[in-house]
Design a protein around this ligand. Structure first.
Ligand SMILES: Nc1nc2c(c(=O)[nH]1)N[C@H]1C(S)=C(S)[C@@H](COP(=O)(O)OP(=O)(O)OC[C@H]3O[C@@H](n4cnc5c(=O)[nH]c(N)nc54)[C@H](O)[C@@H]3O)O[C@H]1N2
Ligand SMILES: Nc1nc2c(c(=O)[nH]1)N[C@H]1C(S)=C(S)[C@@H](COP(=O)(O)OP(=O)(O)OC[C@H]3O[C@@H](n4cnc5c(=O)[nH]c(N)nc54)[C@H](O)[C@@H]3O)O[C@H]1N2
Ligand SMILES: [Mo]
Length: 776
């Protein structure tokens, strides 16, 4: 058997362009467990957005392994190393099993009555004394569809607060906004089967090899077969993707928009265009052409510090592609001018007519397993069902569906984004924050500030998790949740594939499914509709799903043709799935029609530089027919940038072996042993100038904090350094030294998507282990 730690992608199963991707079933069972003696429950992967179908093996009430689902369209049986080993965390002896409440400054074990009473009493007092805006919810991309929708209805229809967001704000807010800016609506145009057909695959700031390993296996299998695709990689590091690329462009962090404008310049200058597609299906071409005319290759090569020949070659490959698949992720979404740069990827596909047919697609990727649902269900900065908060008819529709007053549903401004919620808490107007399935004390930027905000006594902090984390330690009430495998629900991956995940075992101790916790809160708060009936008229996952289906009816993310039964037994199914598309929808926009018509669209769009709202009047005038919008933007330099040779760009991100703050992967021995400690990656030249050799201890300082890590020399461009963000403090002795990347990062966000800029800050690095945190 392949050692999947040494070989994360497993063995090759080559295939040629246009063929079916062969099956390969990956299985992992605990030592001594016999596959014939276990019960299998259908589910899908939860340690990334790929949505790999898998079955959970259980025996005697414990999860004992996993097996890839051969029939699933996403993975054809394959599994990622994190999924092969990560399930062991469910069985960890340090799971949260009882509610905790803060007594005289300390968290003590309690019971559900006491914990929920405190939450309800605080909510009611705040509603009475201040109003709904004193209460906020910060949720996840890791719960299930039914849970987000329930939370969305509670917050917007029950309490009437505008302060609901997900950690999807840190993750795929830019994916969503790039899609809204171009197509008027969220929703992934492409499909993973585009990999089977593409002749060019361009990956922009997307280290798919480490972050969606099964999707990369699909690409590797194409590369190993006949008629392999050409690969374009844009990443300052020499990732496995870069190593396999035909052309690797390694721009200076934060210069993505200049690079994209340069590529567009070449494609337009050489007339590698689909003029018919542009004329029939888009608006804005002249303005785009005028803007990118200012970005000839020589200028762009200088801004981005990439060889001009490589830039030209990449443009030529993109310009000649017959079936171009483009993917985008955090190297764009969390970098400077995030939305503006990601939108240019859409533009490139559009002006080449590369959309809606096999191999010609766009994947504005997701990161977390259920991020798509956070966005669909109204648990982040949108109304449920991709409804437009600026469109009164959409709000009225929701009010009818929930049978509440239209005025109850906040739509006086854009829903509050997470960083703004934190600011409100810092300033004191937000007095209760309910955090579910996210760990902001490690994952938000500028951690000393986050700890100060969350630790205030005037803020009532509720944290709902499966483990004690850096964030639970700051809470007033901690609620123990059931994990994946211990509850039933559905979730949707990055290419709109919906999976059912069945409960395989009971949750430990008194822990409860997040859905049960939210429903319990709704009942205790006694939220009612206009006729006095309970606002939340469901109690279990399947009836919550049915409620969501009604909400999704007629909207782009239409689930009305799905059911738990239909999702059982076979493959996951792509939405929209309704009377018109009863089986599934593989690709969006195949007919060149978009969800951008003014009355239907999710957003009227924003200015890419300022983030200023375009508004209904201008949107109606500019794009009455709802065509795809080619939006242009000029490059501006990042706000913080190195001023001398001593300073380096800091960029942060992931390794293949860990998921986020490692609450799961850090508890799986194989994964933890594969990457037990943080490191800092820097180029050979930058290391030598600092007298640093591979493996030396190093101190990394920014204006905001200090981190220690061992140096890893090479594999990154000059002038840039990389820190993984996985390492927090739950499994360290508190010896005063810092290791979380976010001690260093900056409080700054993209003007359009409001996604924080985790990929561009400035640091100094020196050799040594001294945890001298005194100043910058
Ligand atoms: N193993 C693993 N897989 C995961 C996760 C995980 O924690 N671990 N998390 C999941 C989640 S939630 C997400 S969001 C995804 C993220 O998946 P990715 O976006 O693929 O991962 P990152 O490592 O955050 O960033 C990708 C690349 O961006 C590059 N980069 C940094 N700055 C810039 C820049 O300015 N320009 C360009 N062009 N590139 C830049 C980095 O060098 C890095 O290789 O992964 C998902 N899958
Ligand atoms: N510097 C830097 N910072 C980053 C990033 C980066 O690239 N660089 N990436 C950003 C991105 S893309 C993301 S997605 C975020 C991720 O940041 P977080 O969301 O903070 O990361 P996790 O560690 O996944 O936190 C999820 C928490 O939910 C808990 N949990 C898991 N399952 C369940 C469940 O079913 N119910 C409940 N109630 N709890 C559960 C886990 O134990 C864990 O504590 O980090 C962001 N921060
Ligand atoms: Mo993410």
């Amino acid at each position: 058997m392949t050692d999947r730690i040494a070989e994360p992608w497993g063995a090759r199963t080559p295939y040629a362009a246009g063929q079916q991707w062969p099956e390969r079933v990956d299985t992992e069972l605990a030592d001594g467990v016999d596959a014939d003696e276990v019960d299998w429950s259908q589910s899908a992967a939860v340690l990334h957005s790929n949505g790999d179908g898998l079955d959970i093996a259980s025996h005697d009430g414990r999860i004992v392994g996993v097996r890839g689902r051969r029939v699933d369209r996403v993975n054809h049986g394959r599994l990622d190393p994190k999924d092969l080993f990560g399930w062991q965390a469910n069985n960890s002896s340090d799971r949260l099993t009882v509610p905790l409440v803060r007594e005289r400054g300390r968290l003590v074990e309690s019971d559900w009555e006491t914990a929920m009473d405190r939450i309800v009493a605080t909510s009611q007092a705040l509603l009475r004394d201040i109003g709904p805006s004193a209460i906020g919810f910060y949720t996840s991309g890791q719960l299930m569809l039914e849970e987000y929708y329930t939370l969305g209805v509670i917050a917007r229809g029950g309490l009437g607060t505008n302060h609901v967001d997900g950690n999807t704000r840190l993750c795929t807010a830019t994916a969503e906004w790039a899609l809204k800016e171009t197509f008027g609506c969220d929703g992934q145009p492409g499909s993973y089967t585009d990999v089977d057909h593409a002749d060019v695959i361009a990956l922009y700031g997307h280290n798919v090899a480490e972050t969606q390993t099964v999707l990369w296996s699909r690409m590797l299998d194409r590369l190993a077969g006949s008629e392999p695709p050409q690969i374009i990689c844009v990443d300052p590091r020499e990732t496995p993707v870069a190593k396999a690329a035909t052309v690797h462009l390694a721009p200076t962090p934060g210069t993505n928009l200049a690079l994209m404008n340069g590529l567009l310049h070449e494609v337009i200058a050489h007339d590698w265009l689909d003029h018919d597609y542009i004329a029939a299906h888009t608006i804005g071409f002249e303005a785009l052409a005028a803007c990118v005319a200012q970005y000839p290759p020589e200028r762009v090569a200088e801004i981005c510090d990439v060889p001009v020949g490589d830039l030209r070659r990449a443009a030529e490959i993109l310009g000649h592609a017959q079936r171009l698949l483009s993917t985008v992720l955090q190297g764009f979404y969390q970098s400077h001018q995030a939305t503006a740069a990601s939108v240019q990827v859409n533009n490139l596909n559009l002006i080449r007519g590369m959309l809606g047919r096999p191999g010609a697609g766009i994947l504005q990727m997701n990161g977390q397993p259920t991020a798509q649902n956070t966005r669909e269900c109204g648990a982040n900065g949108d109304l449920p069902g991709f409804r437009n908060w600026e469109n009164d008819a959409h709000v009225a529709e929701l009010a009818r569906l929930w049978n509440v007053e239209q005025a109850k549903i906040p739509h006086y401004s854009e829903p509050t984004h997470a960083m703004q919620m934190l600011r409100f808490a810092e300033q004191g107007s937000l007095q209760m924050l309910w955090v579910s399935a996210t760990n902001p004390a490690v994952s938000l930027p500028e951690l000393h500030r986050i700890r100060r905000i969350l630790g205030q006594t005037r803020l009532f902090l509720v944290v709902q998790d499966i483990f004690r984390t850096e964030t639970t330690e700051l809470a007033d009430v901690v609620l123990p949740a059931a994990a994946w495998g211990e509850k039933t629900g559905t979730f949707t991956n990055a290419d709109r594939t919906v999976h059912l995940s069945e409960k395989a075992v009971d949750p430990p101790g008194q822990s409860r499914a997040d859905l049960d916790i939210f429903c319990d809160y709704a009942q205790r708060m006694d939220f009612r509709d206009r006729d006095g009936a309970p606002l939340i008229a469901w109690k279990d996952p399947e009836s919550a799903f049915a409620a969501w289906q009604r909400c999704s009816a007629g909207r782009p993310c239409d689930y009305t043709g799905l059911s738990y039964d239909k999702l059982r037994g076979g493959s996951g199914i792509q939405w929209p799935c309704n009377a018109e598309h009863p089986d599934s929808t593989e690709r969006l926009y195949a007919d060149g029609e978009f969800w951008a018509k003014p009355d239907y669209c999710e957003s009227y769009g924003k200015d890419l530089i300022t983030g200023g709202a375009i508004g209904p009047t201008q949107a109606r005038a500019a794009n009455p027919d709802g065509k795809a919008v080619l939006r242009a933007a000029d490059y501006t330099p990042p706000h913080e940038r190195p001023v001398d040779g001593d300073e380096l760009w800091l960029t942060t991100g992931r390794t293949v072996y860990h998921f986020h703050n490692r609450t799961k992967t850090g508890r799986a021995p194989q994964l933890n042993d594969a990457a037990p400690e943080a490191w800092v990656q820097l180029s050979a030249g930058d290391a030598e100038r600092r007298g640093i050799r591979d493996g030396d201890p190093a101190v990394i300082r920014s204006a905001r904090g200090c981190v220690q890590a061992r140096a890893k020399v090479g594999g990154i461009r000059e002038g840039a350094a990389f820190l993984p963000f996985h390492y927090g403090y739950w499994d360290t002795e508190s010896d005063g030294h810092h290791r979380a990347a976010n001690e260093l990062t900056i409080t700054d966000w993209d003007p359009v998507s409001k996604q924080p800029l985790f990929k561009t800050s400035v640091v100094r690095i020196s050799k040594g282990a001294e945890a001298d945190r005194s100043g910058w």
